[in-house]
Design a binder for this molecule. Structure first.
Ligand code: FAD
Length: 287
């Protein structure tokens, strides 16, 4: 099933992102976590892609398992900056052969010290165009309500986002954000710029405060005062932090649905307990 049909339906969608194992040793435990999340029967699940291709097989096998054995539509991430055209072509063949219909087309982060001179791909729009030409896939792209960290201005970032949509991205998934007004402002600016594809809001329930400052520094997401107070107060108490982090995310999600953002994607960090708690908190809202 194509993601575009799920997120444009009248019913609000709730989906989860999972990540594949970095080594084969942890494959079974991560597969189990993704299966527990799939048992919640979300609208769809996305599976991230490790840059460089080392875990690319795992992305496909986890995605295939979710579709085949749990009937959960899968969105396979695919990043291009560390790949050759030949590797991407083989990955597309593999996804096609496994019945994966949906791809989130990404550039990926450029590894430190890597020369950009001889890359086959420089931007996600080039990959998007290539997948479109391959045919048959529903293609999504990433977007950044607070601008991509490398971008000199939000104006430039939106200009290139438009090019990515024109290259074939049928929907966009946002980077995490902790203040919904940031997203509403972004929606206004992209619509003004002529980008009219559906936008899926990416929400990260923060249950482990240790990693959040690092993640935000990398992603460019700002932490509002209200949120920092919660982390300051409960950050050293894991059970309280989990409860507060889930409550904060739940409040964000309800506000998003109430304001017409009909598709929400949870960065689950492979935590079935967190995914289940969020889903249960909004069970009547997404019915
Ligand atoms: P692009 O759309 O190419 O944008 C990257 C930068 O280049 C931006 O600053 C943009 O403004 C600029 N730009 C674009 N086109 C041009 C142009 N023609 N000329 C000049 N500048 C241009 N990474 C992974 O490795 N694996 C994953 O599974 C993964 N999943 C993600 C899921 C989501 C929802 C998000 C938001 C990010 C994800 N990432 C993932 C991270 C992503 O790969 C990085 O943020 C990366 O730095 C940018 O990827 P992109 O696809 O947004 O790039």
């Amino acid at each position: 099933m194509k993601i575009i049909d799920i997120i444009t339906a009248e019913k609000p969608s709730l989906s989860f992102e999972v990540f594949p194992p970095k080594t084969s040793d942890s494959f079974d435990s991560i597969k189990k976590a993704t299966e527990e999340i799939a048992s919640l029967t979300p609208s769809y699940m996305s599976v991230t892609y490790g840059a460089g291709g080392g875990t690319s097989q795992h992305t496909v096998s986890i995605a295939e398992n979710l579709q085949k054995n749990f009937s959960v539509p899968a969105l396979a991430h695919l990043s291009c900056v560390s790949s050759t055209k030949d590797q991407i072509s083989k990955q597309l063949d593999l996804l096609r052969s496994k019945g994966i219909d949906n791809i989130l087309a990404l550039r990926g982060d450029i590894p430190e010290g890597m020369s950009r001179d001889h890359l086959d791909y420089h931007y996600a729009s080039e990959l998007t165009e290539e997948i479109r030409q391959y045919g048959g896939f529903c293609i999504g792209g990433a977007c950044y309500p607070e601008s991509h960290p490398e971008s000199p201005s939000s104006f430039q970032d939106i200009k290139y986002l438009k090019a990515k949509v024109e290259a074939g991205a049928e929907f966009l998934v946002t980077q995490m954000f902790f203040d919904n007004d940031v997203l509403y402002n972004f929606m206004y600016r992209i619509r003004e710029a002529g980008i009219h594809v559906p936008v899926v809001a990416g929400i990260m329930p923060v249950v482990n405060p240790k990693s959040i400052k690092r993640i935000c520094a990398m992603s460019g997401s700002a932490l509002p005062q209200r949120f920092c107070r919660i982390v300051d107060k409960y950050g050293d108490n894991p059970k309280a932090m989990k409860q507060a982090g889930i409550a904060y995310a739940t409040e964000q999600i309800i506000d998003l649905y109430a304001n017409g953002i009909n598709a929400v994607h949870i960065y689950s960090m492979n935590r079935p307990d967190v995914a289940a708690a969020i889903q249960s908190n909004i069970s009547e809202i997404i019915k």
